[in-house]
Ligand binder design. Structure first.
Ligand code: SDX
Length: 434
């Protein structure tokens, strides 16, 4: 997109004025382009955690943290969650447009024909200790896919090779996730049923017992899972997407790059928060449900406890996804006839926090992870699987971000630093050291 309203800004350093271009995005965001800062001034910037630093331009996702707005390629997350399915939104992120009927059928069929994983992978899979964390298994399995597709190792090889790798990842991520779930139960793997749609196939591989010939996933759960995967599909330059861009910028292959994104997502401050939220709510329930006590702990600077599922680097208003998930949560539990006391604790915790000045002053609101775990649990997933489900949803976003970086032939990412260590020192032989 052309940079509209181009203008300059002046930075004065040591009495000298330097001009730098200011660029404006299509939604009016402004940035100072400092690409030539060090060459012209000898200075670099310091912005630990990149709270004020744009790493790239992008046309994929727009967030307005103050207004609580999220759009993918111009479409609101509310419309997409309500009116599209996850594979459609994946196509939108990857191709830039919503698919027409033929395009969707072609994409859907292409994905279906890559859902199996090489049987050899079962040998790797069997070596994981039963009960090992799903995210560690997912990282290893996704990275191991690169061993079976050597032509995919060159991400610049050809558009066809990139497209095939994209289809393989989209198709095999749910299969591998379902394998990990089955292994936790000590149950045999259920193979993909390519007569089913993407989400129904994922739920069938997960919850169908190998001897249950008549299994059909509950439409309520299929609809809720589509919504949840859409709500997790992309979120501009979050920690894991930035990891994917950085690892991909070295021209590492897309399997290894995706594995790096999964690794970043695992952290409890990022995607791992959905598991932490459920464990926190269970802890509060076990402690008698005294939510105010835990809100006070979260405010206490001497207490490392944080209200998991609350706060966000960008949203300083409600995370629009949290609003949709909260409503979906009520719908799913009502339709499934589940009365989960943890949901009531979550609502009380949200109410207590939102009326507390500490959270209001810091603009801390429930984020995407606050309610999602309650739905996943209602569907039958164990808590440790939650972040792997986040990865299934985020995959098209990671690939879209990687694709955009590759298509623009961006340089390898290599931030600068400010050195604060020792000045030069004389080397003293070991025998002479004090
Ligand atoms: C995701 O980036 C993305 O888009 C991520 C994501 C995506 O879709 O990819 O949206 C998914 O990762 C959602 C976030 C999930 N993480 C959690 O729910 C973990 C709990 N939340 C936090 O740890 C925190 O809010 C972060 C990590 C999400 C954001 O942290 P920041 O932006 O670095 O803010 P900060 O840690 O500097 O906090 C600012 C202030 C601090 O207090 P002061 O030092 O100003 O007194 O707010 C406080 C913090 O102590 N604070 C919290 C808090 N979150 C921030 N206090 C209590 N509980 C919390 N949850």
């Amino acid at each position: 997109m052309p940079d509209t309203n181009a203008q300059n800004c002046t930075i004065t350093l040591e009495g000298k004025n330097y001009e730098f271009p200011v660029i404006t995005g299509t939604e009016g965001e402004k940035a100072i382009d400092i690409s030539k800062l060090r060459d012209t001034t000898g200075y670099v910037t310091l912005d630990i955690g990149y709270k004020n630093t744009g790493a790239t331009k992008s046309a994929i996702t727009f967030l307005d943290g103050e207004e609580g707005i999220l759009r993918h390629r111009g479409y609101s997350i509310e419309d997409l969650a309500e009116k599209a399915n996850f594979l459609e939104v994946s196509y939108l992120l990857l191709k830039g447009e919503l698919p027409n009927k033929e395009q969707f059928e072609d994409f859907d069929n292409s994905v279906r024909h890559h859902t199996l994983v090489n049987e050899d992978l079962q040998n790797i899979f069997r070596t994981f200790p039963t009960g090992s964390h799903p995210m560690g298994q997912l990282i290893a399995m996704i990275s191991s896919l690169s061993a079976y597709y050597p032509k995919a190792l060159d991400p610049h090889r050809s558009p066809e090779a990139k497209n095939r790798t994209t289809l393989r990842l989209m198709a095999k991520m749910p299969t591998i996730c379902a394998m990990i779930y089955k292994k936790r139960l000590g149950h045999p793997v259920v193979y993909p049923n390519n007569n089913l749609d993407y989400v129904s196939n994922f739920l069938s591989m997960t919850f169908k017992h190998v001897s249950d010939a008549d299994y059909q996933p509950d439409p309520v759960i299929v609809d809720a899972m589509n919504k949840l995967l859409i709500l997790h599909a992309d979120h501009e330059q979050n920690c894991s997407a930035s990891t994917v861009r950085l690892v991909g910028s070295s021209q590492s292959n897309l399997y290894a790059t995706t594995a790096a994104g999964i690794a970043a997502l695992w952290g409890p401050l990022h995607g791992g928060a959905n598991q932490e939220v459920l464990e926190m709510l269970e802890q509060i329930k076990g402690d008698g449900g005294n939510v105010q006590k835990w809100v006070d702990k979260a405010k206490d600077k001497n207490d490392p406890f944080r209200l998991m599922g609350f706060g966000h680097r960008v949203y300083k208003n409600f995370d629009p996804r949290a609003k949709i998930i909260k409503k979906t949560c009520d719908d799913v539990l009502n339709k499934l006839g589940i009365n989960d006391p943890v949901l009531e604790i979550a609502k009380k915790l949200e109410e207590a926090a939102l009326t507390d000045p500490y959270f209001a002053e810091r603009k801390l609101y429930p984020n995407v992870d606050f309610y999602s775990g309650i739905i996943y649990r209602a569907m039958g997933f164990p808590t440790e699987m939650f972040t792997a489900l986040f990865a299934v949803g985020r995959l098209p976003g990671w690939i879209a971000q990687w694709q955009e970086m590759v298509q623009e032939n961006q340089p390898i990412g290599r931030p600068r630093q400010i050195y604060t260590g020792h000045m030069p020192r004389t080397f003293i032989p070991r025998g002479e050291r004090q």
